[in-house]
Design a protein around this ligand. Sequence first.
Ligand SMILES: *[C@@H]1O[C@H](CO)[C@@H](O)[C@H](O)[C@H]1NC(C)=O
Ligand SMILES: *[C@@H]1O[C@H](CO)[C@@H](O)[C@H](O)[C@H]1NC(C)=O
Length: 160
Amino acid sequence: MTMKTLLLASALLAGLFGSLAAAPAPPAPSTYNAFCRTQWLFASPCAQINTTIVMQIQAMSPQYELVSVIADAIKANHTSVDGLQAETLTFFFSSTVMIGGCRVTAMSTSLGFTSILDNGLNYCNLYNLLSASGLTSSPGFMEMTNEWACLSYGLATCRV
Ligand SMILES: *[C@@H]1O[C@H](CO)[C@@H](O)[C@H](O)[C@H]1NC(C)=O
Ligand SMILES: *[C@@H]1O[C@H](CO)[C@@H](O)[C@H](O)[C@H]1NC(C)=O
C-alpha cells in the first residue's frame, strides 16, 4: 500500500469507529415473550388430526383450556400447575400437497414472562399434548423446528 492509501484507509476506519461510538445505544429490549413455533407433518387428513388435538386439549383440562375452534385454527390456553405461568397456544392446519396429509403449525407463547430461558416450557406445552394423544406415533409423523423458532428445543425433556 502506498502512504496515500494507508492514510485514506485509516481515515475511513477512524470515521467508521467514530460514528459507531457516536451512535445512540440500542434501545433496551422490550418485554420478551418466550415462545416455541414448530411444524408437524402427518400422513392423515387434517379433519382427523384437528379433532384429536381438540379432544386432547379438553381431556387435559384445567391445565389446557380450549379458547376457540375455527375452520383451520385452534386456540387454547395453558396454565402451569402452580398457576404462575400462562401461555397461549395456536394450531394452524393445512393439507399437504401429498393427498391426505396434514401440516400443523403450532405455537406456544408465554404471557408476561420476561426471561428468555423457559426451560422448554413452550415446547413441552405443544409436545406433551401431541404425545398424550398418541399423535407422535401416528403414520408419517415428523417434527420440524430448531432452537431459533423454538426456545430450548433439543434441550427440553418433556414430562406428560
Ligand atoms: C377439522 O377440519 C375439518 C376439515 O378441514 C373441518 O371441517 C372441521 O371444522 C375441523 N374441526 C376442528 C375441530 O377443527
Ligand atoms: C385464555 O387466556 C387469555 C389471556 O390470558 C384470557 O384472556 C382468556 O380468558 C383465556 N381463555 C380461557 C378460555 O381460559
